[in-house]
Ligand binder design. Structure first.
Ligand SMILES: Nc1nc2c(ncn2[C@@H]2O[C@H](COP(=O)(O)OP(=O)(O)OP(=O)(O)O)[C@@H](O)[C@H]2O)c(=O)[nH]1
Ligand SMILES: [Mg+2]
Ligand SMILES: [Zn+2]
Length: 291
């Protein structure tokens, strides 16, 4: 399993040694991401200054990716093979950025990961408004304070969980408390738009007693979603999905005025107006500039 990627060097966990490897030329342009399961040849001792070669990347169960956008010109695979996305947002310092949370949710749901909202810094502000916003989406949520991961811990058991969120929300603080010896650097909260990130690359860390994995990632400023279609997202809403069979071809599901039949489907009692509204809010978040 690939634990980290740093300037073309991969740390790969093999049974119980961590080997440093580079990609073999025969892999071509195929990307390798944290969480990938790979085959490695060469010096597998893990001794200092040895360098092995990754010759094969196993098929992935899930892929979390972001499309190129204004802030990042490259399409990136953030992690492979994660089961769950922990969307970390702080209730204050910095305040919640709902546009970014919505976009993380879209990425998560369309990548087939289970979402979990983690609202941090409840010692500084109340969580009610933020919780209410995600109720209709059936997104499970936990609230933490003073960097204590207590309420989060049982939700991580046996899972591979990737922590995603804006810089300064407390991802590394939680991970340090969850994984003894993780020693992830923790930063001061930077001013909006300054873009100083404390964590600069993704890393996978094993929870104590082998009870799952947590993946710390650098703070995101945006989450490019150009690769996500309206129907990709609809797939994550089983109560609405069948209603779309009545929609005109290529329907973007935005409104009844534009020919969408989902309002009629809801009126028949298959789902609720609140659910449809929440679905449409996520749809719209794909193209919103807010981050
Ligand atoms: N008051 C309060 N402060 C917190 C809490 N969690 C984290 N912090 C503080 O928030 C700051 C940023 O925490 P980090 O863990 O570095 O944030 P991060 O999400 O890893 O940030 P990047 O690596 O830049 O993406 C640090 O000063 C933490 O001590 C909390 O629950 N309450
Ligand atoms: Mg960090
Ligand atoms: Zn429609």
């Amino acid at each position: 399993m690939v634990l980290t990627v740093d300037r073309g060097r991969y740390a790969v966990l093999m049974d119980d040694v961590t080997v440093t490897a580079m990609r073999a030329r025969e892999l071509g342009r195929k990307g390798i991401a944290v969480g990938d399961r790979v085959s490695v040849v060469g010096d597998l001792s893990g001794a200092p200054d040895t360098l092995a070669r990754i010759v094969r990347v196993e098929e992935r169960d899930t892929v979390l990716r972001r499309t190129a956008d204004d802030t990042d010109p490259l399409e990136r695979v953030i992690v492979a093979n994660a089961d769950q996305m922990v969307i970390v947002a702080s209730l204050a310092e910095p305040p919640p950025r709902y546009g970014l949370i919505d976009r993380c949710l879209v990425a998560c749901l369309t990548a087939g990961l289970e979402p979990l909202l983690c609202l941090t810094k409840s010692d500084l502000a109340e969580p009610y408004e933020a919780l209410a916003r995600y109720e209709q989406l059936d997104v499970p949520a936990v609230v933490t304070r003073h960097g204590d991961p207590g309420p989060l811990r049982p939700r991580l058991s046996g899972q591979t969980s990737v922590f995603v969120g804006h810089s300064g929300v407390g991802k590394s603080t939680l991970i340090n408390a969850l994984v003894p010896g993780a020693r992830r650097a923790v930063g001061v909260v930077s001013g909006i738009g300054k873009g100083t990130h404390t964590s600069s690359s993704a890393i996978a860390l094993q929870l104590p007693e082998g009870d799952g994995w947590v993946i710390d990632t650098p703070g995101v400023r945006s989450f490019g979603l150009a690769h996500v279609s309206a129907d990709d997202l609809l797939w994550a809403f089983p109560d609405l999905e069948d209603g779309a069979t009545q929609c005109p071809p290529g329907c973007e599901h935005q409104s009844a005025a534009a020919g969408c039949m989902l309002d009629a489907w809801v009126a028949e009692g298959h789902s609720t107006p609140e659910r449809l509204e929440a679905f449409r809010r996520l749809l719209a978040s794909r193209s919103s500039a807010e981050s």
